[in-house]
Design a protein around this ligand. Structure first.
Ligand code: NAD
Ligand code: UFG
Length: 344
């Protein structure tokens, strides 16, 4: 299939491009590089031997979308393009709603115009808010979000469900990711957050690399085994393969299809620090701080539905996720900055 990936140069997008190529599909990337580096394309070529087709531009640019759909016979779109920093979304809600909601609306309208009726949407476990029990399955209530980023994801889920009801021949696949970490085993592509990382793993790798002094652990008084927050960390390559599998199984089946993509296992912040130290031999100094506003004690998936219906299951365990994240950080202390990107 010819797959358009909005945000395809980003962390999850780039890994999905590689897995689509491995599975014999043709990925086409649309990215404005607001949170990505053009050299990711050269790195994808190093891994796969293929330099994917790139359109540099914004998902809110209707003319560009028209051109892409005219120039390519797109079978399905994976819509990754979004802003994703929770704290920033609280400070800049309009920017977040414009990018994440208006951008998605424009994309859907232009897909409709072009007769492309299959979309995979990057959603998040954040749409579940603070569930009363664990693990979380897809029937749990959604919408009790605590920040504009999460609300933008929930809004888009609702909008796409309404659209699919009005146009029953569409296939809408909503993938709710848990906590993606790790990097491609080659060490060529990985996560490169701008500035000081918000997320745990990139923060830990930068502490170990000596770029940051110490990790602040946000809260040690949660009702969890060791008092620190528990999350369902999933290797980004498993997550990427989940997209390929969802497309293979559901892209041609009309309906709204919703799946959790997680491992089903929860690990605490201290589990992460200890596993990191054991697997890499690096020390990660840390201090306990107050809880971070908006955080919940624990969050992990019931991943059975994806296993049952998509025949997909996360395979990689925590030590491998951590080794791969460290391999990427060690090999690329400056992320993608080293080479100059050559267009096709
Ligand atoms: P990322 O920032 O690495 O990737 C997003 C990509 O979209 C970037 O390359 C960015 O340049 C691009 N982009 C943003 N706005 C754009 C626009 N208007 N036009 C064109 N390109 C645009 O983030 P990621 O971690 O790869 O996340 C991908 C998707 O998954 C996002 O929708 C994110 O909200 C969702 N998600 C991520 C996580 C996570 O923890 N990483 C968890 C749940 C959901
Ligand atoms: N944490 C720390 N110190 C840090 C960073 C994080 O102790 O410097 C803790 C958090 O308190 C939490 C855990 O590490 O207990 C994980 O935090 P992350 O920021 O890595 O991830 P979150 O679970 O808070 O959120 C992530 C994404 C969201 C997404 C959510 C569910 O950032 O966008 O997963 O998919 F919605």
């Amino acid at each position: 299939m010819n797959i358009l990936l909005t945000g395809g140069a980003g962390f999850i997008g780039a890994h999905t491009v590689v897995e689509l190529l491995n599975a014999g599909h043709t990925p086409i990337i649309l990215d404005n590089f607001c949170n990505a580096h053009p050299n990711v394309l050269t790195r994808i070529k190093m891994i796969t031997g293929v330099l994917p087709k790139l359109y540099q531009g914004d998902v809110r640019d209707r003319e560009l979308l028209k051109r892409i759909f005219n120039e390519n016979k797109i079978d399905s779109v994976i819509h990754f393009a979004a802003l994703k920093a929770v704290g920033e979304s609280v400070a800049q809600p309009l920017r977040y709603y414009d990018n994440n909601v208006s951008g998605s609306l424009i994309l859907l309208e232009e897909m409709q115009q072009a007769g492309v009726k299959s979309i995979v949407f990057s959603s998040s476990a954040t749409v579940y808010g603070e569930p009363k029990t664990m693990p979380i399955n897809e029937n749990f209530p959604t919408g009790a979000t605590t920040n504009p980023y999460g609300t933008s994801k929930h809004m888009m889920e609702r909008i796409m469900m309404d659209m699919q009801r009005a146009q029953p021949d569409w296939s809408v696949i909503i993938l709710r990711y848990f906590n993606p970490i790790g990097a491609h085993a080659s060490g060529k592509i990985g996560e490169q957050p701008n500035g000081i990382p918000n997320n745990l793993l990139p923060y830990v790798t930068q502490v170990a690399a000596g770029k940051l002094k110490e990790l602040s652990i946000f809260g040690n008084d949660y009702p969890t085994a060791d008092g620190t927050g528990v999350r369902d960390y999933i290797h980004v390559v498993d997550l990427a393969q989940g997209h390929v599998q969802a497309l293979n199984v559901k892209a041609r089946e009309a309906g709204t299809h919703i799946y959790n993509l997680g491992t089903g296992k929860g690990y605490s912040v201290l589990d992460i620090v200890q596993t990191f130290e054991r697997e890499t031999g690096q020390r990660v100094p840390y201090v306990f701080k107050e809880r971070r506003a908006g955080d919940i004690a624990e969050c992990y998936a019931d991943p059975q539905k994806a296993w049952r219906e998509l025949n997909w299951q996360a395979k990689r365990q925590l030590p491998e996720m951590i080794r791969d994240a460290w391999h990427w950080q060690k090999n690329n202390p400056n992320g993608y900055e080293n080479e100059t990107f050559q267009a096709a």
